[in-house]
Design a binder for this molecule. Structure first.
Ligand code: FMN
Length: 182
């Protein structure tokens, strides 16, 4: 069975980025995927300690709730990651993900586990989709650096509006993107 690994970067279990990720994962499951989810806000996942162990090894020296994710990623055909945007950057939980993903690179920065599909999801309060483009580009650039094909990058913009709900069309698009990851 094909495996998909998903990372939740919002501390809000029912936050918008998680809602869209859930729609995507539903699509992936419907297409027959096994889904492994890592909630970056749970389990006391620590930030990178800057030890450079992963320059010579294909995993992180730390043993915590993030540790199993390296093996899952190696086994997976696709990775999905969802992050809220705070003050022009991804959430702190998301930044820990970025740093703990250092083992995705070999010592010479060539991709260590290339050839996967990927989808990213971002959410922001403001309507204007361009205001935090740099943060989005930065994460998506890393995905390419891992040697993964970015199939789709979603931005949910305008969540500050009272009673905001994700448009059905976007939820459907995410569901279909999930199906296509398998
Ligand atoms: C600390 C913090 C900083 C934020 N900064 C911004 C910002 O600079 N621009 C913006 O559009 N939204 C900002 N937001 C709003 C979030 O992006 C918005 O609530 C989004 O829906 C969060 O994603 P989630 O629903 O997946 O949790 C901020 C929220 C928090 C908690």
């Amino acid at each position: 069975m094909k495996k998909i690994v998903a990372f939740r970067g919002s501390p809000r279990a029912s936050g918008y980025s998680n809602q869209l990720l859930d729609a995507l994962l539903e699509g992936a499951k419907a297409a027959g995927a096994e889904v492994v989810v890592c909630d970056l806000n749970e389990g006391g996942i620590r930030g990178c300690q800057g030890c450079f162990y992963c320059r010579k090894h294909d995993t992180c020296v730390q043993k915590d709730a993030f540790s199993p994710m390296y093996r899952h990623i190696q086994e997976a055909c696709a990775v999905a990651a969802a992050f809220p945007l705070y003050f022009g950057q991804i959430s702190a939980q998301g930044k820990i993900w970025v740093d703990r993903m250092y083992p995705m690179f070999n010592e010479d920065f060539s991709p260590r586990f290339p050839g996967k599909k990927a989808v990213t999801i971002f959410a922001q309060a403001k309507d204007d989709p361009t205001v935090m483009q740099d943060a989005i580009d930065s994460v998506n650039g890393l995905i390419s650096g891992y040697g993964w094909a970015l199939e789709k990058s979603f931005l949910i913009a305008g969540t500050v509006a009272e009673g905001y709900t994700i448009p059905e069309s976007l939820l459907k698009e995410a569901y279909q993107a999930g199906q296509q990851l398998v």
